[in-house]
Design a protein around this ligand. Structure first.
Ligand code: IPD
Ligand code: CA
Ligand code: CA
Length: 277
């Protein structure tokens, strides 16, 4: 009788994710100090990629697959490897590349581990995630049902429930037409909330919800590597993280806020046409 391979624990996966993110973060900081980076564009003139995005993704894939060769890994810069172990890694080597190029501290290495067979519905379940923000010396981590932490200390989402006193973060697509529509939605949201923030890295925005640095985050058009780790961290910090109609976070949209604020913001954003922006 074959012996089944035991599933790795979320803590084991987080340990590997964190060690890997630390190495990648050093690479990012070294690249920034060196300067003179090669920059290409991707989907539009504003969607940039540097040699460091690609080098960091290679480093992350080599380190994770070196220790766990049967795992799958999907990364923003093109790595797409199937899993035979049931574990899949979701990697954004630099979330916030524009910030990175400007030396603005709002960029991060984002690594999540999903279990593909851990849910009866067949959906992937994110079980561990790290968002490493090198220039802020902040390391956000979470494991499923294990809580969320910043530099090892427990963190929690805010308790603000009135949208009028909520600080709301958002982000914009790289597509110029979608950007215009997203900005139009925000003209309706801004008069109804405390203020808006656009930091430039979705993973950091989700961690900002997790630690109460903002009260909510909303964005449409994100990819799995933008939100996989941050969504787990925000959820483990007590936030509701879902599409405007309550489904699992997706490319369609993601709204993260504490459970008292979430429904009221969801209604406000829907009324403002956010679902179509
Ligand atoms: C982007 C950032 C940004 C968000 C964009 C993302 P990238 O990721 O997370 O905040 O608004 O939608 O694409 O391109 O810097 O990895
Ligand atoms: Ca990203
Ligand atoms: Ca990226």
């Amino acid at each position: 009788m074959p012996i089944a391979t035991p599933s790795p624990s979320p803590a084991e996966l987080l340990d590997l994710a964190t060690r890997t993110a630390e190495n990648a973060a050093h690479l990012l900081v070294d690249g920034l100090r060196r300067g003179g980076l090669t920059v290409d564009t991707k989907s539009s003139a504003t969607d940039m990629v540097t040699e460091i995005d690609r080098a960091a993704e290679s480093l992350i894939a080599e380190m994770i697959l070196g220790e766990r060769p049967d795992d799958g890994l999907v990364g923003e810069e093109g790595t797409n490897r199937p899993t035979s172990s049931g574990v899949r890694w979701v990697v954004d080597p630099i979330d916030g590349t524009t910030n990175y190029l400007y030396g603005h501290p709002g960029f991060a290495v984002s690594i999540a581990a999903e279990i593909l067979d851990g849910d009866p519905s067949g959906e992937a379940v994110t079980v561990a995630g790290v968002v490493w923000v090198p220039l802020l010396d902040e390391v956000y981590t979470a494991t499923i049902e294990g809580g969320a932490h910043r530099n090892g200390a427990s963190i929690h989402a805010s308790v603000v429930t009135d949208p009028a006193t909520a600080l709301v973060a958002s982000g914009f697509s790289y597509d110029p037409d979608r950007r215009r529509r997203q900005a139009e939605v925000l003209t309706q949201v801004l008069p109804q909330v405390r203020d808006l923030r656009r930091m430039g890295a979705a993973s950091v925005d989700l961690c900002s919800v997790a630690c109460g640095r903002v009260d909510a985050f909303y964005e449409r058009g994100l990819q799995p590597w933008d939100h996989a780790a941050g969504a787990l961290i925000a959820r483990e910090a007590g936030a509701t993280v879902a599409t405007l109609d309550g489904g699992p976070p997706s490319t369609a949209c993601i709204l993260a806020a504490n459970p008292g604020l979430w429904p009221r913001l969801s209604t406000m954003l829907s009324d403002a046409g956010a679902a179509d922006a």
